[in-house]
Ligand binder design. Structure first.
Ligand SMILES: [Zn+2]
Length: 249
């Protein structure tokens, strides 16, 4: 990675974007999926539903019926089914660009095209939650995205507690090759201790998971571990509402 890119990423993760100080009464967790692969909708969502919870699906409208990073992506009927089941349909841009490469008008165009795609399915003109493609952000692009959404999700592991940033919410990748169950358990414990908001993200949900995905068993185990720790699982949109309400108290 060129030095300028490294400095940009460092600056983006050092400077406040949309800081918030909030103390929840009880810890929260959210489970999210990016892009999204068809298996996230067809294998992942039913696992959440069986546990009585709903997830957040950050979609790119341009991915419909395509393959991305070697995995078949969603069909329109998948998004219809997710919405009907009460999952949150959230924004991951329309075409999955590196947002720091775009100016404000370019980011707005990506947001508007994705919003039009989703509104045609859900009837909702606006999405509340955003996740940066590739986890790539700059101070300027993050500030702009944060002005358009209630929350923007980064891919830096951690619990959102105390003073944290709604413009780059921390999240833990539920990835087969990276996070053993014990690692996830440590973050669950940290969320309980801080009464914070733990956000997880993954991509495909497949017995033969990609480097960025997880197996159905890992997803089910993670949800069971979170619930066993007494943590309520809510969508990212609902989590954002809870922390903002806690910040106002
Ligand atoms: Zn993505």
């Amino acid at each position: 990675m060129p030095l300028t890119d490294k400095l940009r990423r460092l600056a983006a993760r050092t400077l406040p974007v949309a800081p918030l100080r909030a103390q929840l009464d009880a810890p929260l967790a959210s489970i999210s999926f990016d892009d999204i692969p068809a298996s996230a909708a067809r294998a992942g969502a039913p696992i959440l539903e069986a546990a009585g919870v709903r997830g957040t699906f950050y979609i790119c409208g341009s991915h419909q019926d395509r393959s991305f990073e070697g995995r078949p992506q969603f069909a329109r009927t998948d998004i219809e089914a997710l919405h009907a089941a009460g999952h949150e349909i959230a924004c991951h841009t329309f075409s999955h660009p590196h947002v720091p490469a775009l100016d404000a008008a370019g980011i707005d165009d990506e947001i508007a095209r994705n919003a039009a795609y989703v509104a045609d399915i859900t009837g909702k003109a606006r999405m509340e939650s955003f996740a940066y493609p590739y986890g790539d952000l700059s101070p300027a692009s993050a500030r702009h995205c944060a002005s358009r959404f209630a929350s923007c999700r980064d891919v830096v592991a951690g619990v959102n507690a105390g003073t944290f940033d709604m413009g780059r919410l921390k999240s833990l990748g539920l990835e087969t090759r990276k996070n053993a169950r014990a690692e996830v358990a440590r973050w669950i414990e940290a969320a309980v201790n801080a009464r914070g908001w733990l956000i997880l993200f993954t991509h495909d949900v497949d017995p033969d998971a990609s480097a960025h995905g997880c197996t159905p068993q890992e997803l089910a185990d993670t949800i069971a571990d979170i619930q066993a720790a007494g943590i309520e699982i809510v969508t990212v949109a609902e989590g954002a509402r809870r922390v903002r309400a806690a910040a106002n108290c």
